[in-house]
Design a protein around this ligand. Structure first.
Ligand code: EPU
Length: 429
């Protein structure tokens, strides 16, 4: 087991390069199953969620050639299984994308329910609605999602709720279906557009990704391709918030500024100064404290829920009272107890939080409750007085490549240390 130890109080200054987008990578890698040829994927982030999804493809029979730390070549020719057991799916949400990909390839899939961060109930009813509209019969059998179709036929699907996962899964199942599929009220996140671009580069015919209506005209075959994944919007946003929280000045490189618009707008409102370039952003804060604000998370192009814990942490040291409303998940404020241990003043009522800014946070032993909550604790520790120890950092490793190295290069005092496994100690005692 490992923990992160941070001596707070250092301004972040310098440059950081953003890695490929986790949520694009975890959709694009399963999509390789649909190809008849070898796919070379570049700008893959080196994070544990991506290793896990590549591992699943490998276990299913794909040939994986690692070219360098951010490039792999995947040959899906020998994948012959349409079954994913719970040991393969329990660690991550994106394992559900294999249902769509397997349906697209084999017209059948048998996949244990996905795991992933715990934000309350995470249903997949809209995914299933989409598969059924395409002609699949979907049952839950012995704890497994079992989907089978004689033929997949294009259809019109209106999503009752804007869902990234359902939009991805329906695209995967529909791309080789017969005829035209229309997804209405589709998710518009940059990673949806990236998946569509990837599939189109293999010969798919997908239009409208990035808007509410995605049209997919089924094709018979998809060929191999070379594709580079977009930069990670949330990793970039996390470093933006960390720069502002420490009153530093950071050039955030390898980004698409358009993907960061809602984050940049909010940080500007809070008092940050932002200069945008073609593929980088320079961000700084020249106030003693950030200004308070009110914020609502929404599907794209709204303010992303995956930035909510980080910005709430910034508001904990703002000059006044802020409100944050979580518009996507039922239970995404579980980390607040940990921030309170560090001196933050926050009251949570369901999806609504009131944050009264304090002058300083102080160090405490804390633990990550999920991926973005872990990033929020890192930001809190960077600004806190004293030395903070963060446990459960495997959550952070799911989504942030080399976070310790990247923050150290910006002037933070942060290290990763090995700790004794408490279970082993118990056995020894
Ligand atoms: N929903 C339904 N039915 C469904 C699917 C979703 O009611 O069939 C609801 C959910 O309960 C939630 C809302 O719709 O209230 C949005 O869920 P969505 O399906 O969009 O989320 P997801 O696909 O499970 C992805 C990201 C999450 C991110 C959300 C929202 C991946 C692998 N995960 O999850 O990312 O929070 O979209 O943007 O893309 C993260 O990266 O830290 C992370 C949690």
């Amino acid at each position: 087991m490992e923990k992160i130890i941070i001596n707070g109080g250092h301004r972040l200054c310098g440059e950081v390069t953003i890695s490929g987008a986790k949520n694009a990578a975890v959709a694009i890698i399963p999509a390789v199953m649909l190809s008849d040829g070898i796919c070379r994927i570049e700008n893959i982030p080196c994070i544990s969620d991506v290793s896990a999804i590549i591992r699943i493809l490998y276990d299913l029979g794909a040939n994986i050639k690692v070219i360098d730390k951010s490039t792999v070549e995947i040959d899906p020719a020998h994948i012959n299984s349409f079954v994913l057991s719970s040991s393969m799916t329990s660690g991550m949400r994106a394992s559900s994308y294999f249902i769509g990909a397997m349906l697209g390839r084999f017209k059948k899939a048998r996949v244990a329910p996905p795991g992933g961060c715990d934000f309350g109930v995470r249903p997949i009813d809209q995914h299933i609605k989409g598969f059924e509209a395409l002609g699949a019969k979907v049952i839950i059998d012995n704890g497994m999602v079992d989907a089978r179709a004689e033929t997949l036929t294009g259809s019109s699907i209106y999503l009752d709720k804007v869902s990234v996962g359902a939009t991805v899964n329906i695209m995967l199942a529909a791309v080789k279906a017969v005829g035209l599929t229309i997804i209405e009220n589709a998710a518009k996140e940059p990673h949806i557009v990236d998946l569509a671009n990837f599939l189109n580069s293999m010969g798919a015919n997908i239009m409208g990704a990035g808007t509410d209506v995605i049209k997919i005209r089924g094709v018979k075959t998809l060929h191999g391709t070379t594709y580079s994944i977009i930069p990670d919007q949330i990793e970039a946003g996390t470093y933006m918030v960390a720069a502002v929280a420490t009153r530093g000045s950071v050039l955030i490189k390898n980004i698409i500024p358009k993907h960061l618009e809602s984050i940049s707008a909010k940080l500007t409102e809070i008092g940050a100064e932002i200069e945008e370039y073609d593929d980088s952003i320079l961000i700084s804060l020249n106030l003693k404290h950030p200004r308070p604000c009110s914020l609502l998370t929404m599907p794209h192009p709204g303010f992303p829920t995956d930035m909510q814990p980080q910005i709430t942490t910034l508001l904990a040291i703002a000059d006044g009272v802020s409100t944050v409303t979580e518009g996507v998940w039922d239970n995404r404020f579980r980390y607040v107890d940990q921030l309170t241990l560090m001196g933050a003043k926050m009251k949570v009522d369901g999806r609504f939080a009131v944050i009264t800014g304090v002058d300083k946070l102080s160090s405490a032993p804390v633990h990550a409750t999920d991926l973005r909550a872990g990033a929020a604790l890192v930001i809190a520790a960077l600004v806190a007085n004293g030395t903070t120890e963060i446990d459960n950092i495997e959550y952070i490793d799911r989504g942030y490549e080399n976070i310790v190295e990247k923050l150290n290069a910006l002037g933070a005092d942060i290290k990763r240390v090995r700790t004794a496994d408490p279970n082993l100690r118990k056995t020894a005692l």
